[in-house]
Design a protein around this ligand. Structure first.
Ligand code: PM9
Length: 462
């Protein structure tokens, strides 16, 4: 018999949430311009917008916050964080930032010169934004399977070495600022890279003097997938797999609001002291002094504990990913098209297949996210043509193959019953999908448009 797992924690404090009426939600989505980012959280029942900063911290983390050292310089809490990052990720030099994009900003500014290219395994919105702001051009070198929501490839986050070699050949190694290697690729659906691929990319790059910088934001989830799927790792701990992943890199940016189990924080970590010196010079201008960057002492305490907790035993990540799989498998059972295999941090609904009657220019994923919200108060996020934005050179919409709604599961926050409610709502909306119409922009911001864009339904007779 298959035995069940359960969460490796019990609940000590609860935060009430309440369900609203359909009429209330219909008014709220209009007020939010059909953008779930613009909804007030009080109008949301089950919030699956993001797994970023939405974690429930442990009693140990809350206790650690009480002993935060708020000294301006040289705080004890900083050194505790340096030790945790070194022990768990293996990097010597730590540059603490307010969150992931702070680290991406600094990394892009110190490594990218105008005209450089940055190959990477599918883009991430803020990462590419900072790369472009620094004058670089991002080039997608992820394997083709990542762009196919139905592919069952176990490592859809892998870099295609032939594509990478073609970029290096075309531009020359000296124009490659670094390889941007994301673990458990967010926009591909939370899909991992294999250890064999991570190592092969690092070997290829180090032979040519090209740096490999990980986006290790969800590296623990990637390590767990390697344990589950890659031959030779079934008996290794997630902690040891994580150490091996990071050993094949020159540094990493991390949004600590995900794997690291805190509500705010992030860091850039590198091995090279000279690179760290350059990063710290910018850190003091844009974030804060080099021993706190963008965080209070108490935040660094909670983060240091979160980093240790995420890999103290494998039970945490097993139940975290297990909950995502539980939701995904329920939806698959009822025929709802989702990205497969089920990812590490969320279930990604395939809006292109669900709303086949809508053109991509009618923003099917945006419309589907709004429809699910109206049905039940469950909030997801568009990850398709709106998130992809416009090409800065041509001004044309980028048209990603993946037109998705992400139902992202916060860590240690919701129960299996919440997942059942979510599944039932998505199934109901799926069964009534023909009634969902397309959307058009009423306001389109220039940069990172998905955050604040506003929409209206396309008139039926248009
Ligand atoms: N990710 C997410 O919901 C939060 C904002 S949505 C743009 O998935 C990766 C892989 C991320 C990420 C944020 C960041 C930026 C970098 N890399 O949000 O600045 O998923 O801490 O991190 C979000 P910060």
């Amino acid at each position: 018999m298959n035995r069940s797992w359960a969460e490796p924690w019990k609940i000590k404090m609860v935060e009430p949430i309440s369900v609203t009426t359909r009429e209330h939600r219909e008014a709220a989505i209009v007020e939010a311009g059909y953008n779930t980012f613009l909804l007030k959280s009080d109008d949301v029942y089950i919030d699956l917008l993001t797994d970023s900063g939405t974690t429930a911290m442990s009693d140990r983390q809350w206790a650690a916050m009480m002993i935060g050292d708020e000294s301006y310089a040289g705080a004890r809490s900083f050194y505790k964080l340096v030790e945790a990052v070194h022990d768990v990720y293996g990097y010597e030099e730590l540059i603490p930032t307010h969150q992931g994009r702070g680290a991406e900003h600094i990394l892009s500014q110190i490594l990218i010169s105008p005209g450089d290219v940055i190959p990477g395994n599918m883009y991430f919105t803020t990462t590419r934004y900072h790369q472009e702001r620094a004058g670089g051009t991002f080039v997608d070198v992820i394997i083709d399977e990542a762009h196919d929501p139905t592919s069952m490839h176990p490592f859809k986050g892998n870099i295609d070495l032939d594509k990478l070699a073609a970029v290096v050949e075309e531009f020359g190694a000296e124009r490659v600022a670094y390889v941007s290697f994301e673990t458990n690729v967010n926009l591909a659906g939370g899909q991992p890279a294999s250890m064999a691929n991570i190592k092969a990319v690092y070997d290829y790059c180090s032979q040519r003097g090209i740096l490999v910088m990980l986006d290790a934001t969800r590296a623990v989830e990637n390590a767990y997938m390697i344990q589950q799927r890659e031959a030779g790792y079934e008996d290794s701990s997630v902690a040891s797999i994580l150490s091996e992943i990071t050993s094949y890199s020159d540094g990493a940016t991390v949004s600590s609001k995900k794997d690291n189990l805190v509500n705010i924080g992030g860091f850039l970590a590198v091995r090279d002291p000279e690179l760290a010196r350059k990063a710290r010079a910018l850190l003091v201008a844009f974030e804060g002094l080099h021993t706190y960057g963008g965080m209070a002492g108490r935040d660094m305490e909670a983060l240091a504990e979160g980093i240790r907790e995420m890999v103290r035993t494998d039970d945490h990540v097993r139940s975290r990913v297990g909950q995502v799989e539980y939701l995904g498998n329920r939806l698959i059972k009822f025929g709802v098209p989702v990205v497969t295999p089920i990812g590490g941090h969320g279930v990604f609904l395939d809006a292109a297949r669900i709303l086949e009657h809508l053109d991509q220019d009618e923003f099917p994923a945006q419309a589907l996210a709004a429809a699910i919200y109206v049905d039940s108060g469950v909030r997801g996020m568009e990850r398709g043509i709106v998130s992809a934005g416009r090409d800065p050179l041509t001004g044309e919409n980028r048209r990603p193959n993946l037109e998705l709604v992400r139902l992202t599961i916060p860590r240690r926050v919701y129960t299996q019953s919440h997942m059942d409610v979510v599944a039932e709502s998505v199934i109901e909306v799926f069964n009534n999908r023909e009634s969902i119409g397309g959307l058009t922009f009423t306001y389109e911001p220039e940069d990172l448009r998905f955050f604040q864009a506003r929409f209206a339904p396309i008139a039926q007779d248009a």
